[in-house]
Design a protein around this ligand. Structure first.
Ligand SMILES: [Zn+2]
Length: 343
């Protein structure tokens, strides 16, 4: 367990339901936050300030100017530096709380790596913007009987659901047939205001803290809110939990088994497509050499980024992913990756 200064946390331990014993549990807790953008940034910040002893930050992207209205861990300097979000977020959190251990991981959570990335933690928090990652988290959580907290934010609307396998409904209970990519509104199409992310992230953090200190009686209902309309509702998912589904009953894991998912991913909140077919880990020095004559912008140990064509930026990550910014067309993104990386 990380050592901590009790006075630092005196105001939250004075809150009787948490107390000194709860603080000890937070200090001993290990949490993975998947996605360090709008929601994940708020949750990670709240948990770091609360003294959660270990935080694993998993994110696949780099900060952009259009993220700054709602992504609290980043500033203009981070955008200019071109560091991955996980790395920039870890640095920001280390400045907030040096007592805790923070492990940044620059990766996209997929069926191939999800089990490994989410191993060794007590709780997983959803800061993602896509259903594939959420269903992967849900399936691992259900299979391994580990709690996780789901959050979603769009426009001025948010929802939060904490899932304790064996006790509450799971994400699949709520959404039996996942929507096809591109059929739902996203931050790109519907937009989002910063306060929605702050509210949803804050409620996710509260649910996480309750679970980590062992208070689960009030967990399992879904909060739905519309900040613009001023409406807050709690939806009782007890009937869904009683019914259960294949995933929370332990028989059906279509995302983990690769029967669902695995498509190129338009990234929420930006004009960009992620292409995963670069083919395993890459040598970034080689990539930087290749792109040097094209228009190299940033090169560090995590990422090489270049302005390859008018309005098109290509970012290559060490784990073998590429993000093509400036387009939302999967075919065009694949063509650009092929043209400049030969993959
Ligand atoms: Zn279920």
């Amino acid at each position: 367990m990380n050592r901590f200064d009790a006075d630092r946390y005196s105001r939250q331990t004075r809150f009787a339901p948490l107390g000194p014993a709860g603080q000890e549990r937070l200090a001993a807790a290990r949490v993975a936050v998947v996605g360090c953008g709008a929601l994940g940034g708020v949750v990670a910040m709240a948990l770091a300030r609360a003294g959660v002893g270990f935080l694993r930050l998993i994110d696949r992207d780099v900060p952009e100017l259009s993220n700054l209205p709602r992504q609290v861990l980043f500033d203009e300097a981070d955008v200019a530096a071109g560091l991955p979000k996980a790395v920039a977020a870890a640095a920001a959190l280390a400045r907030i709380n040096s007592d805790i251990t923070i492990e940044p991981i620059v990766a996209d959570l997929t069926a191939t790596n999800a089990v490994e990335l989410l191993t060794g933690v007590d709780l997983v928090v959803d800061g993602t913007d896509n259903f594939e990652a959420r269903f992967l988290i849900n399936e691992i959580a259900c299979r391994e009987r580990r709690p996780w907290v789901h959050g979603g934010a769009l426009g001025a609307e948010g929802r939060v659901l904490a899932i304790v396998p064996g006790r509450t409904a799971c994400l699949r209970c709520l959404i039996p047939d996942p929507p096809a990519p591109g059929t739902l509104p996203t931050c790109d199409t519907a937009g989002i205001i910063g306060p929605t992310a702050l509210v949803v992230g804050a409620v996710e953090a509260a649910e996480a803290i309750k679970i980590l200190v062992g208070v689960e009686e009030t967990v399992g209902s879904m909060l739905v809110c519309d900040l613009w309309a001023g409406v807050w509702r709690t939806v009782d998912l007890g009937p869904l939990a009683a019914l259960g589904c294949g995933t929370c009953r332990g028989t059906d894991f279509p995302w983990l088994e690769g029967r669902l998912g695995g498509r190129p991913t338009p990234l929420c909140g930006r004009d960009a497509v992620q292409v995963t077919s670069v083919g395993g880990a890459v040598d970034l020095a080689v990539v930087a050499d290749r792109l040097a004559g094209v228009g190299l912008v940033v090169s560090n140990r995590w990422i090489v980024r270049a302005d390859v064509e008018e309005g098109i930026q290509l970012s290559v990550f060490a784990d073998g992913r590429a993000i093509v910014s400036g387009t939302r067309e999967e075919a065009r993104a694949r063509a650009i990756v092929s043209r400049y990386l030969g993959a």
